[in-house]
Design a binder for this molecule. Structure first.
Ligand code: HGY
Ligand code: MN
Ligand code: MN
Length: 409
């Protein structure tokens, strides 16, 4: 019997997962290493255990669920994504990729299909990078892109380090056996929502991702001088907000792109001490900068650094890189296999580049990797209103299954 996606089970599982960190507006707040994420990991572990799938966890908490192969010594074929979400995130970003991969493993198990290599589902730690920067932390550690110690030292706004929060995550999955970072993988596939408008606009249920654009995050700190809001004349002020505002205005002007390919976002902006009647001594803001061409990204970063350095007077400004993800093109072998899987499912072939970064960007550095996208309503994501049509979630899972079966054959 050929494995078949059980659509009712998949949709039910997505609803059940969305309960972990559910927000009143219908989204999720399931941030990395939080209680809701711990509960979500236990939830998927229970499903795996009921199937007799073995589970593994590595030193940064990446979670692997394994259906044994005929030859257990072979590196596994892996599919997955992430369970952590943005603070006010949607129900599908990351979650769809993990639950669809688990559904594939269950469909294969229901059909009693044997496969030579083991097949595994993975949930990478801290893909979003919102609580602990950088994002894609788990896949970065696993692929060796950044040293583990550096990532474990990352702290959230409360000063809690990843190293402090990790034991609770590891303690919540005692049945998961330890796995070293970088253990060989045969191939990696990730199903994800597009988080952009292309597939929906063209009425395409499943897209083949050919690559992912580069992304760079920075934190800018503008240091001025606190002062009395009522008594300090203009000429004596070193107002960190005024300097930051000037820098931001110049950045927006310098990075304006009539081709609309540059992505420049200031997502976080804080003033200290943050008192109504005190001139801000410090302004701290984030920059998320992306472009499909690496050399253009280099030019944009140089412009950012120049403006931050030159336009802060009479305050001082410093810029700290938080994340650098190089653009990545997936191998033709994998995109070709995904195209065959799309055809297996009787769907049209549509290739596109990802604007969002993903764990596959790093895992592609250690094994043949690829991604498939499904549309989300209005391209809206990182928003509680994020929505995927059930038939698209199911179509994505079917293509993922067809691709996995080809890889595991
Ligand atoms: O920011 C990103 O591109 C990813 O969705 N976290
Ligand atoms: Mn994601
Ligand atoms: Mn995301």
């Amino acid at each position: 019997m050929a494995p078949r996606i059980d659509q009712a089970r998949l949709l039910r599982r997505l609803d059940e997962l969305a309960a972990f960190g559910a927000t009143p507006a219908g989204g999720v707040d399931r941030q990395a290493l939080s209680e809701p994420e711990i509960a979500a990991r236990s939830y998927v572990l229970d499903i795996a255990a009921a199937r007799g799938f073995r589970s593994f966890v590595d030193p940064i908490g990446n979670l692997f669920l394994r259906r044994e192969g005929i030859d257990p010594s072979l590196p596994p074929v892996v599919a997955g994504s992430h369970l952590d979400s943005q603070p006010r995130g949607g129900r599908y970003d990351g979650a769809l990729g993990v639950m669809a991969a688990l559904e594939c493993l269950e469909a294969i198990d229901d059909a009693g299909v044997a496969h030579r290599p083991p097949v595994e589902v993975v949930a990478w730690t801290n893909e979003e990078g919102s609580r602990f920067a950088p994002g894609a932390m788990g896949s970065m550690a696993y692929s060796g892109a950044r040293p583990l110690a550096e990532l474990l030292a990352s702290r959230d706004a409360e000063g809690i380090a990843v190293a402090d929060a990790l034991p609770a995550i590891l303690a919540a999955t005692p049945e998961a056996a330890p796995r070293p970072l970088g253990a060989p993988l045969a191939a990696y596939l990730e199903l994800h929502i597009e988080q952009g408008p292309v597939l929906e606009a063209e009425g395409i249920p499943v897209g083949i991702v050919t690559g992912i654009q580069g992304a760079r995050w920075f934190e800018v700190t503008v240091a001025g001088e606190a002062g009395h809001a009522g008594t300090t004349p203009e000429a004596f002020r070193k107002d960190a907000f005024v300097a930051a505002q000037r820098i931001v205005a110049e950045l927006r002007a310098a990075l304006a792109d009539r081709d609309d390919r540059t992505r420049f976002t200031i997502g976080r902006f804080a003033l200290h001490p943050g008192s109504v009647n005190t001139i801000p001594a410090e302004a701290v803001f984030s920059i998320d900068l992306r472009h499909p061409e690496e050399d253009r990204l280099d030019e944009l970063e140089a412009a950012v650094r120049r403006i931050v350095a030159e336009r802060a007077a009479p305050c001082r400004a410093a810029i700290r890189p938080l994340l650098t993800i190089p653009g990545r093109r997936f191998p033709d072998r994998i995109t070709g296999l995904c195209a065959e899987a799309v055809r297996d499912c009787g769907l049209l072939e549509r290739r596109l580049v990802s604007g969002a970064f993903h764990d596959a960007q790093f895992i592609a550095g250690i094994c043949p990797s690829g991604m498939i996208f499904v549309p989300c309503r209005g391209g809206i994501s990182h928003n509680e209103a994020e929505h995927v049509e059930p038939e698209h979630a199911v179509a994505g899972a079917r293509v993922l299954l067809a691709a996995l079966l080809r890889l595991a054959a």
